[in-house]
Ligand binder design. Structure first.
Ligand code: URP
Ligand code: ZN
Ligand code: ZN
Ligand code: ZN
Length: 460
């Protein structure tokens, strides 16, 4: 099977030109002006942008969390991702404390194998680092193709590790060519504030926000950067939200260190005013919480300064019924919000259309950098001969409105209901196959493949 994409404006992290793309099988065979080739199918992309498929390196599908499961599974979640132009996601396997990493991998494979529609990979969340876990690290990097290890500095009792474990894990991961990603918030401070608010009879979603002030994130980000510097281990801070935390990273650059930074689309465009409504605010109860306007400005600037490398989602959807588990107590509201389908269009509309970032920066932070940081480049994350034909064709001018009425995520509300966007996903290819065309999905579950990743360099 071969496909010719004609006359599109091709955008990569570095280039911007008009040409044809010839795809044979799963990969790009050639790129050039007026290619004279036989193709089984021709797609006219005149007037459209042709970009690498999006990569979302922070999603939680079918994840056991806070007494329930996130409501998108591998099928619904990766399909919704494709509808929104994201062709590859990286999910998190959670080790159960007291058990092995391998047993967690088997559990996650049970949920993902033959169920994904789009491509996916895993980060391995180490929640219990000990002599046994230590022996498994090398195997994960060299044999499983899982080269990033997630750590939590919060959620004590379930997911959190202490600094002694963090330093030990960093040394082992560095030795074998991996990277540590971190949920960097001070779990003990947060637990203290949650208990304080509850003892004062304060139970509404607003107090979720007030229990995780900026300092809890700034402190942990700074501590993480120090430990990464000390061990020399490549580090990546997930879902960074605020000025104080980004300043910790900025400070690290002054001693010639580089810590990778991910923010999520919601932190760029939503702010904490949503928590002023009563229980409705539960839709945006996530950790860390939404912040202030000044933090949004810091994050947009951070993208342009090259300090913020990736825009992900932290997609962790819960049905309204599940959110209601916390109707009398904010600390029981399952944390997380749905965005896997909306990220590429939101970032395009709010970032590119409004002139906050360039088209090249858009591709860089929505696709290329994640591929590079996590060891998938140039198979994923760019448009080049030999790369997987993962391609997003987007109409930069078409306007549309986001709504739960027509989204494909398995969640009964939209965190962006009624938001008007400029720029719409038209056609999506994954490994040389048209998977989305005109609001229709053309493939079934099982099409999505597990992406084995390479050792990381700690550089992009
Ligand atoms: O609220 C969030 N972020 N839920 C998912 C788990 C995590 O901390 O990333
Ligand atoms: Zn043919
Ligand atoms: Zn987190
Ligand atoms: Zn997360």
């Amino acid at each position: 099977m071969s496909i010719l994409i004609k006359n599109g404006r091709i955008i990569t992290a570095t280039d911007d030109y008009t040409a044809d793309i010839f795809i044979e099988g799963e990969t790009i065979q050639s790129i050039g002006k007026n290619l004279n080739v036989h193709a089984d199918e021709v797609i006219d992309a005149s007037g459209k942008l042709v970009m690498p498929g999006g990569i979302d390196p922070h999603v939680h599908l079918d994840m056991p969390f806070m007494g329930t499961y996130s409501s998108d599974n591998y099928e619904t979640g990766t399909r919704a991702a494709l509808f929104g132009g994201t062709t590859t996601v990286i999910d998190f396997i959670l080790q159960t404390q007291g058990k092995s990493l391998q047993s967690a991998l088997q559990e996650w494979k049970g949920r993902s194998d033959n169920n994904a529609v789009g491509d996916y990979s895993f980060h391995m969340a180490v929640t219990d680092f000990n002599e046994e876990t230590k022996k498994e690290i090398q195997h994960f990097i060299e044999k499983e193709g899982i080269t990033s290890f997630k750590t939590f500095m919060a959620y004590k009792g379930a997911l959190m590790i202490d600094d002694r474990q963090m330093v030990g894990l960093m040394q082992e991961v560095k030795k074998h060519g991996g990277l540590i990603n971190v949920h960097a918030t001070n779990g003990d401070m947060i637990d203290f504030l949650i208990a304080k608010h509850k003892s004062e009879g304060k139970f509404s979603p607003l107090y979720h926000y007030l229990s995780q002030p900026e300092v809890t994130e700034a402190e942990a980000s700074s501590r993480f950067a120090d430990m990464a510097d000390y061990t020399g281990c490549p580090g990546y801070i997930v879902h960074l939200t605020c000025e104080g935390a980004l300043n910790a990273v900025r400070f690290a650059t002054r001693r010639n260190q580089h810590v990778f930074v991910e923010t999520c689309i919601q932190y760029l465009i939503l702010d904490a005013s949503v928590y002023e409504q009563d229980f409705e605010g539960a839709k945006w109860v996530m950790s860390p919480p939404l912040r202030e306007k000044k933090d949004q400005e810091t994050l947009w600037a951070g993208l342009n300064q090259g300090l913020v490398n990736v825009v992900a989602t932290d997609h962790c959807p819960f049905m309204w019924e599940q959110k209601l588990m916390g109707k009398d107590d904010f600390s029981k509201i399952p944390n997380g919000h749905p965005a896997i389908e909306n990220r590429m269009e939101l970032l395009f509309s709010e970032g590119v259309s409004k002139g906050k970032i360039t088209l090249n920066k858009y591709v860089e932070v929505a696709s290329t950098n994640a591929a590079k940081i996590f060891g998938m480049f140039p198979k994923k994350g760019t448009i080049a001969t030999g790369s997987d034909a993962d391609i997003l064709i987007l109409d930069p001018n078409e306007k549309h409105t986001l709504s739960a009425k027509n989204h494909h995520m398995n969640v009964d509300y939209s965190a962006y209901e009624g938001r008007e966007l400029t720029g719409k996903v038209k056609t999506v290819l994954l490994r040389g196959k048209v998977v989305i065309d005109n609001n229709e999905c053309k493939v079934e579950k099982g099409y999505g493949q597990f992406v084995k990743r390479n050792k990381v360099t700690g550089k992009i």
